[in-house]
Design a protein around this ligand. Structure first.
Ligand code: HEM
Ligand code: HEM
Length: 220
């Protein structure tokens, strides 16, 4: 008889989650204080000070995330965001889920969402660009050759803003419609997977699932 069981797997390491939440919160703060700096003359000075303080949170988190991307393990690595043939086929299914407003089912994936994985890599590039341009603007360097660093900072924070406005509803919709407990997973590190045909352990009455079986079921 076919049975389905669920299992929790540690997908996101402590250090990746730490980097995610510090980056996420500091970016929201940097966007708000950046806007206040430009649009509210009364608050501009205090907003600039907070913008500077938040950059002190943002920078180490970004450096940690970039270090993990290059030298980390498993889901931390750049390869877990990169597209491959299997992920490209799943990308279409995620798009279909959005286009049908959640009526089409979401595919199963292990760590990074197959559609969003490459988007995260683009985001990391713009996060780095915002940091470099921001640091140079702080040192009153406004031009590199013919390139205006104000323009670079503008472009990068606009990309980060658009990402944030799409990312938050997207992860909420995945959590709502999918079975992976995605948001809770980004908090405690563990995603939930359904596994078909697990080996039943008669003695304990519990179901043991090999990770290999789990990974196979994800390729369906
Ligand atoms: C309420 C706010 C947020 C929630 C609930 C949230 C939740 C999540 C979840 C569940 C994932 C895993 C998605 C997946 O399957 O790929 C994720 C990934 C990610 N999120 Fe967020 N997020 C939030 C805000 C942000 C913000 C503001 C940023 C940056 C501007 C951000 C950047 C990222 C990045 C880069 C990843 C990929 C994980 C990594 O490789 O580090 N998130 N987020
Ligand atoms: C190391 C990180 C960062 C530093 C040191 C930094 C520094 C600065 C400085 C010095 C300015 C004033 C520019 C001017 O003279 O006009 C500025 C403006 C601004 N920054 Fe940042 N920034 C950083 C990261 C970010 C990030 C990650 C975001 C968005 C997520 C952001 C959003 C803004 C906004 C919205 C403005 C104001 C609008 C504007 O001048 O066009 N900054 N930042």
């Amino acid at each position: 008889m076919q049975a389905t069981s669920v299992t929790r797997v540690l997908v996101w390491s402590n250090r990746l989650r730490l980097a995610h939440w510090i980056l996420g919160l500091s970016c929201v703060g940097l966007l708000i204080t950046g806007w206040l700096m430009n649009n509210t003359p009364l608050l501009a000075q205090s907003a600039a000070e907070i913008h500077f303080m938040l950059s002190g949170l943002f920078l180490p988190a970004l450096l940690l995330r970039l270090y993990l991307l290059l030298f980390g393990k498993g889901s931390e690595q750049i390869s877990s965001c990169e597209p491959n043939l299997h992920r490209l086929s799943q990308t279409w299914l995620v798009l279909k889920f959005y286009l049908t407003l959640g009526k089409a089912p979401l595919p199963k994936w292990y760590s990074h969402n197959p559609l969003w994985g490459p988007v995260y890599l683009v985001l990391f590039f713009f996060l780095l660009l915002s940091a470099i341009s921001g640091l140079m603007l702080l040192k009153d360097i406004t031009m590199v050759g013919t390139l205006s660093l104000n323009d670079v900072h503008h472009l990068s924070y606009q990309v980060i803003l658009v990402f944030t406005l799409l990312h938050i509803p997207a992860v909420f919709s995945h959590d709502l419609a999918g079975k992976g407990a995605d948001i809770s997973g980004m908090i405690n590190g563990q995603r939930i997977f359904e596994v078909e045909n697990p080996q039943q352990s008669k003695e304990s009455g519990t179901q043991a699932v090999a990770l290999q079986d789990l990974l196979k079921s994800l390729k369906r």
